[in-house]
Design a protein. Structure first.
Length: 242
């Protein structure tokens, strides 16, 4: 999600370096309107940049610890309390605080896009569509509990648009991975990797077959430890697969 905000802010900022006359000719509006758009785009780009940095912090190791709802509890204790509920099922949900901030940022940029449209800057529609999609995703996570992770004795399931379930014996191992500085997630390596293009692309980019979409208030390393230890318990104590 932070990449959506980053590219959105970048898109808004780029026209801000151009002259009012050039923008006016491109958008077929008068110079005064073009100059206003330049100022708005520069400001929007700056806000987008700062928002991106804020989201990067939220998804970093330190940020996830600070905004964990049980932040007074040491991470090892948090993982241990979840492991004590084996064989479950136990369901972990994405941090509401983080996704509320994402939703607020998307709504802000949608309003900014509509403001541009009202002032004869059609490019504002791109911001409305771009961040409107982000607002829809954020709302789905908050209200529909999309991306919730459920652990049980047989395997784990991610409640996404297309639910994903993997049995523990089919999971080779879990790794904390980062695709960009400050952005962490848990990668999944499976016993029998698929030859489908999407999984080949995943392996080329991250070295893993798939990934868990959130860290659920834990750090990526703590979630990796949780998944690894839960798998070890489940495979040491075979469960009936239903």
């Amino acid at each position: 999600m932070h990449m959506i905000v980053f590219f959105g802010g970048l898109f808004i900022a780029v026209p801000g370096i151009a002259s009012g006359d050039w923008i006016g000719g491109l958008l077929n509006v008068n110079t005064a309107t073009a100059e206003m758009y330049v100022k708005a785009s520069a400001a929007g780009g700056a806000v987008g940049g700062w928002w991106w940095l804020w989201l990067k912090f939220l998804t970093s190791e330190n940020g996830s610890r600070i905004f964990h709802r049980d932040r007074a509890m040491p991470s090892s204790t948090g993982v241990g309390s979840i492991l004590n509920q084996f064989p479950g099922p136990v369901t972990l949900y994405p941090s509401r605080r983080k996704w509320l901030l994402v939703l607020a940022g998307c709504v802000l940029f949608v309003v900014a896009g509509l403001w541009m449209v009202q002032r004869e800057a059609p490019v504002g529609w791109l911001g409305v569509i771009f961040f409107g999609m982000g607002a829809i995703v954020s709302t789905a996570v908050l209200l529909l509990r999309v991306n919730a992770l459920t652990l049980d004795g047989a395997g784990f399931e991610i409640n996404s648009i297309r639910p994903f379930r993997l049995f523990w014996q089919d999971a080779k191992n879990f790794e904390a991975i980062t695709l960009s500085p400050g952005s962490w997630m848990v990668g999944i390596k499976v016993v029998n990797p698929s030859d489908r293009s999407i999984f080949k692309l995943n392996r080329a980019i991250s070295g893993c077959d798939d990934a868990i979409p959130d860290t659920y208030g834990l750090s990526a390393y703590d979630l990796t430890a949780l998944m690894t230890q839960w798998r070890e318990r489940a495979t040491a104590t075979p469960q009936r697969i239903t």
